[in-house]
Design a protein around this ligand. Sequence first.
Ligand SMILES: Cc1ncc(COP(=O)(O)O)c(C=O)c1O
Length: 407
Amino acid sequence: MTQTFGELDHPARLLMGPGPINVHPRVLRAMSVQLLGQFDPEFTGYMNETMALYRQVFQTQNRWTFLIDGTSRAAIEAALVSVLAPGDDVVVVNAGRFGLLLSEIAERCDAKVTLVEGEWGKVVDPQAVEDVVKRVRPRLVACVHGDTSTTMAQPIEAIGEICRRHDALLYVDATATIGGMSVPVDAWQADIVTGGLQKCLGGPSGSGPITISDRAAAHINGRKHVEAGIATAGVVSGAGRRIASNYFDLAMIMDYWSDKRLNHHTEAASMLYAARECARVVLEEGLEARFARHAQAGAAVVAGVEAMGLSVYGDKAHKMTNVTAVLIPPGVDGDRVRSRMRTDFEIEIGTAFGPLAGKVWRIGAMGVNAKKHAVLTTLAALEAVLRGEGYGFTAGAGVDAALGVFA
Ligand SMILES: Cc1ncc(COP(=O)(O)O)c(C=O)c1O
């Protein structure tokens, strides 16, 4: 029997978790624009515009600034697999789930991984990174800027400086901060930085912006071995070992985004439209204004939950502005609270992983939701649900405290 199911017709849920978040209406509209052939001059013009837009978002002059088709982890994987050959040393700064993800991907590249371990809920001391880098002399240091699993924002400047001093490349995962907190790639002296649309950039997941310094690009191009079916006469392969992934081969993908327009993959046009519109929205608002808006919304979440007698997890001095982890009070069933937020109020807040599973909720205020109404609505709903769960506090205190931050 043929089954067609219904049209997608769910209620407009307010997404206040650690991502994805509600998509900006302009981005949704851009995604419904008709496709063009990927080598149509109008489309390659959009590709060039997208590169120019993301240079500004990443605060970089890097020529190689473009999109990886796939979710944020696709961009991470492209970065690591294109730099790391089997046996290469890599130092991974790890203090959360996404640090562990970097090390797991590096291991799959058969790289030799050395971890600089930090405690969850804290950032890692750059001196500890330098000590390990001095000993290991890695090709690459990899770290996460904002690790959404712990909500900590690792300061990157000092690590960038250490990498230059010891001639290592620096990779940074800025998936969860790009467009909401400053990601000054050139000032950081970072070599490869990747992002994602579904958090502060206010888009859907499915495209990973990436930026690559000239020195990282030179290393990657040294590993270029163009796929047989698309190589043109006279194409010279690099001396380095072939990159282990075809889809994530940054050497070929750079050729695709260059004037050579190497026929690598079929660009995900609707995602390019989305990424391009996300960047236009961000830049029209202005980077500084956007960072300030996210900081204010995050401060209001913190003030609100604290006024309700709840505690914020982790080192508040290094907390990401856009995501807040809130300790679930004793006697309260965290999953039931999340479920009632959803069923009674159409609001999603986040759960947690690993050592924090069942211990914290994660509340994000990002993109179009880093706004007064979204924060107040979420806090009001949380107050009502917690009262229903028998958790005692002064009614209205959370919303009032948050209103004070916006005043
Ligand atoms: C810091 C960080 N890195 C990487 C990812 C992976 O992103 P994606 O799920 O888009 O592949 C996430 C997703 O939450 C993240 O927060």
